[in-house]
Write a protein that binds this ligand. Sequence first.
Ligand code: DQA
Length: 143
Amino acid sequence: MKVLVLNGPNLGTLGRREPEVYGHRTLADLETLLADRARGLGIELLCLQSNHEGQLIDWIEKEGAQSDGIIINPGALSHTSLALADALHGSGKPVVEVHISNVFAREPERHRMVTAAAAKGLISGLGFEGYLAALNFLAGLNE
Ligand code: DQA
């Protein structure tokens, strides 16, 4: 089984970006954590991050097509991007959307979730654990 993990805008600066909201661990820490869990589950993982909407869509088209599931944290694009939602829908793959923070406990403009409608489920507020839960869920679909 192969899973694509996408992180969107500003998630490349995890660790130094608003640590009171997102914690002190980096994107590299997250990807190591996920790689370790994936190895245990026998999952092949591809982790990619971009600040650009079009790049994320290109990866969903190309890499998503070769994957059995997608985990995505679209960052702020979650609240605005119909194009990303369309790409996720179009992939035909099971998608889990993850947010490190609990977006519903934050500013009202973060409560509008556009891409989540294209996901099987949404995990928000569990920190890095949310990505691990998403991976476990996708692994279960393939059993
Ligand atoms: C985020 C939440 C978004 O509202 C924000 O724009 C981010 C990070 C999260 O992981 O909590 O960039 O997706």
